[in-house]
Design a protein around this ligand. Sequence first.
Ligand code: AMP
Length: 305
Amino acid sequence: MSEVLVIGSLAYDSVKTPAGSAKKSLGGSANYFSVAASLFSPVRVVGVVGTDYAKEDKEILIRRKIDLQGLQVVEGQTFHWEGTYENDLNEAVTLKTELNVFAHFNPEIPVSYTQSSHIFLANIDPTLQLKVLSQISNPVFVGMDSMNFWINSKQSDLLEVIKKVDILFMNETEVKMLTQENNTITAIEKISKMGPRYVVIKRGEYGVTMYSPEKGYFQSPALPVSNVVDPTGAGDSFAGGFFGYLVKNVQGQPSWSDLKRAVLAGTVMSSQTIQDFSLKALLDLSPAQFERLNQDLIRMTTLEG
Ligand code: AMP
């Protein structure tokens, strides 16, 4: 059986957007990813939370049958991120990053996780991403994400991770920052030479660009959404939909056409997340609603009909 293992942050986020604010609400890259992916496939989580992490928040993952054997609970406070979005909803401004229990986290993978087929190294300290990846025997497909915080503070470990993955997800600002290029296309082609076979650039309301040196470019628009409440977690929900789709529908290595379909699935998931604070809108999405939105997106991207 196939499944996806994710290492990433389980967090409390304090977020302010033009639509309002939410204080210490549930967030974190691993939470968004696993809730999105679990609509399609089995998910295993590696991470750490503090003793302040609410029982109800853990139960959200349990209700979606997410495997939490790799989740540690230790004395201290859960990771806390504070951010704001001003005029540009595509770009978060970080006000505070409090690593708390993540600062001393040493991920030990349960034996049952070591054979996981798909791995997603969600946004977290690249040293932790490397430690987790080194404990997996023979993964079929490995993806990663990161952000400016780690590009600035842990760049050499980040470059090590980039060398080892099949697919890299980043936003435009991050890829330009990492490559020191100011043209997105130049930045994509430069980063694709650093290791990953595929590069996926998230462009918020302008959609997604995927690139492979053999296949060239694929672009998907975003679903049109007028009710953008909080863009936090859009990238992780995208990755969750993308990986969940692949695990459910593709055996072994995905083809270019499989990856295109996975981009559309990810796009649907991120369009949900942004319509409310925290994980609220994402948790409400049913498989039937997903299917309708996915068909809408397919109609928007084809010439027929
Ligand atoms: P995104 O999908 O890029 O909007 O990711 C948003 C999530 O990333 C938030 O829920 C934050 O808790 C989490 N986050 C923010 N900064 C970091 C960081 N430095 N490391 C790990 N996770 C983070």
